[in-house]
Design a protein around this ligand. Structure first.
Ligand code: ATP
Length: 487
């Protein structure tokens, strides 16, 4: 072994017994654990070691390593502990000390709050947690406080009042829905500016796992539970843009996407075919395709640098959106209370250079991260924290062209179609209107997989959304939230 440079310097070395074989074992300064057992063996403590325990004369190194198919990496992870016996009691104590010291130096989280949604996806959240998540967190000696979500918005309520000083992260074993609730809960706190700095982790256990897929796919990892948990244990962080959606005095926060038109209709209206399982989306997409709707309306936006040529120039069209003066003092008081929560970025939207695209539209889609679901790469160029949202617009096109571009959604090829307008925006205003063929009927606005607004004549239109089917404004905060990430 070359120990010439600093990184290859052993922090500790000894002759130990590994699986009955006596071999030199060394922990190098660069974090590799090196020994020889039927050939040279090496583990990266940072990447592959969850933790260790001392049991009698033995030390058990708990690892999670990549399954290799010959020389090719499959990205799949499996547990394979290494047990060794140091040569003496003193050596045993030194090994425990050096391993602890090294793992502590990695800045990994020690206490996590974990939400488990027993209801999400195929209702497997609890089983995924017990069988796959908990054992790994225990092997990493992370203290966990577990909370099952009991109903819709439960995670948001808890995030709003959680004692955040007790935890170094909040983990959601769920789909995207619970993560979105947590972000909204944190931003509705009076101490939102501290609370939103809490690092958030997501373990895929829902139908829509767009955030987990976006994080893991960015480093070529499969969207699997073990990969997601390992990322949380290792404790690397990345920041995430947060979009603020405003209409009058109502504000909500979005981290994944906003959809109006075809995508929203498929996402929300297919609920009535839930009994079909995941086939409901494909089935309902086909129904919508055969009976294609177009929506009257308009979108205006502040383009990101390089996208200024899209649309036509316009002035700020959101005048009625801004929070106005209150003639009723009690209303003013309640708004003052609401104002203690986060209100969105303080930018002077009126002075920005707005552009407009008029409908009719087949689909309008805003995306913050590349993947909307595990099989939908909605916005291939989206970045977690570039401060922009990717806007994907589909206008009139033939059914054949539409079918072709829909079939490319899994690889993001649709954005290259001449029928798709794809750009980045800093701020956005949606003015949704009725369907072209039947102006008595309107549409649905979908934010992060939930109904934000339902227009006249839509599925379940008697249920009110949080906002009216009317003009709304979206602004972006660059990197406001923080996520655990594989790299
Ligand atoms: N115990 C519960 N019973 C019913 N609904 C719940 C429960 N806990 C959470 N929910 C709701 O389940 C929804 C789905 O959350 P989750 O993020 O796990 O999955 P999803 O992939 O977004 O959605 P789904 O799998 O339901 O299509 C959220 O709207 C959440 O509020």
């Amino acid at each position: 072994m070359e120990v010439s440079d600093y990184h290859h310097r052993p922090l500790i070395s000894d002759r130990v017994t590994v699986n009955g074989t006596v071999t030199p074992l060394a922990l190098l300064a660069d974090g590799r654990l090196w020994w020889s057992e039927g050939g040279q063996r090496c583990l990266s403590v940072e990447k592959e070691v969850l933790g260790f325990v001392a049991e009698g004369p033995y030390i058990i190194i708990k690892t999670l390593i990549e399954n290799r198919d010959g020389c090719c990496s499959t990205g799949k992870l499996f547990r394979n502990d290494v047990v060794f016996q140091p040569s003496s009691q003193e050596s045993h104590a030194s090994w425990c000390h050096k391993l602890s010291e090294f793992i502590d130096s990695l800045g990994r989280p020690k206490r996590l709050f974990v939400f488990v949604n027993p209801f999400g996806g195929n209702k497997c959240g609890k089983k995924i947690f017990v069988d796959q998540v908990k054992p790994l967190l225990e092997a990493a000696q992370i203290q966990i406080t577990v909370q099952e979500t009991k109903h819709q918005l439960h995670a948001k309520e808890i995030a709003r009042s959680l004692d955040i000083t007790k935890y170094e992260g909040i983990v959601c074993v769920s789909g995207d829905g619970i993560l979105v609730e947590v972000v909204n809960g944190l931003l509705e706190r009076v101490d939102w500016d501290t609370a939103i700095k809490m690092t958030l982790g997501v373990v895929p256990a829902g139908t829509g796992n767009g955030m987990a897929k976006s994080l893991l796919d960015a480093v070529g990892d499969p969207c699997a539970v073990a990969n997601a948990v390992l990322a949380i244990i290792r404790g690397h962080k990345r920041s995430l843009d947060v979009a603020t959606i405003t209409q009058g005095k109502t504000t909500i926060f979005s981290i994944l996407m906003l959809a109006w038109g075809l995508v929203a209709d498929i996402d929300i209206e297919s609920e009535k075919y839930r009994w079909m399982g995941s086939a409901r989306l494909d089935f309902y997409a086909l129904c919508r395709f055969i009976n294609l709707r177009q929506y009257i309306g308009c979108v205006s936006f502040v383009p990101a640098p390089g996208f200024e040529a899209y649309g036509e120039p316009t002035s700020y069209r959101g005048k009625s959106i801004s929070k106005g003066n209150y003639s009723d003092p009690s209303e003013a008081e309640s708004v003052k209370l609401q104002n203690l929560c986060y209100q969105g970025p303080e930018i002077n939207v009126e002075n920005l250079n707005w552009r407009v695209i008029n409908g009719p539209f087949i689909s309008v889609w805003l995306h913050n991260v590349p993947w909307g679901a595990e099989d939908t790469m909605a916005a291939p160029d989206a970045k977690f924290s570039d401060g922009y949202l990717d806007l994907i617009i589909m206008k009139n096109c033939s059914k054949l062209a539409l079918l072709s571009l829909m079939s490319q959604l899994d690889k993001g090829g649709h954005v290259k179609s001449p029928h798709v307008t794809y750009l980045k925006v800093k701020a956005f205003i949606l003015e949704p209107g009725p369907r072209t063929q039947d102006q008595e009927k309107e549409g649905i606005i979908d934010s992060d997989g939930e109904v934000l607004a339902r227009g006249k004549g839509t599925y379940n239109c008697e249920q009110k959304g949080l906002m009216a089917y009317d003009k709304l404004q979206i602004t972006v905060d660059q990197g406001l939230a923080t996520l655990f990430t594989p790299l």
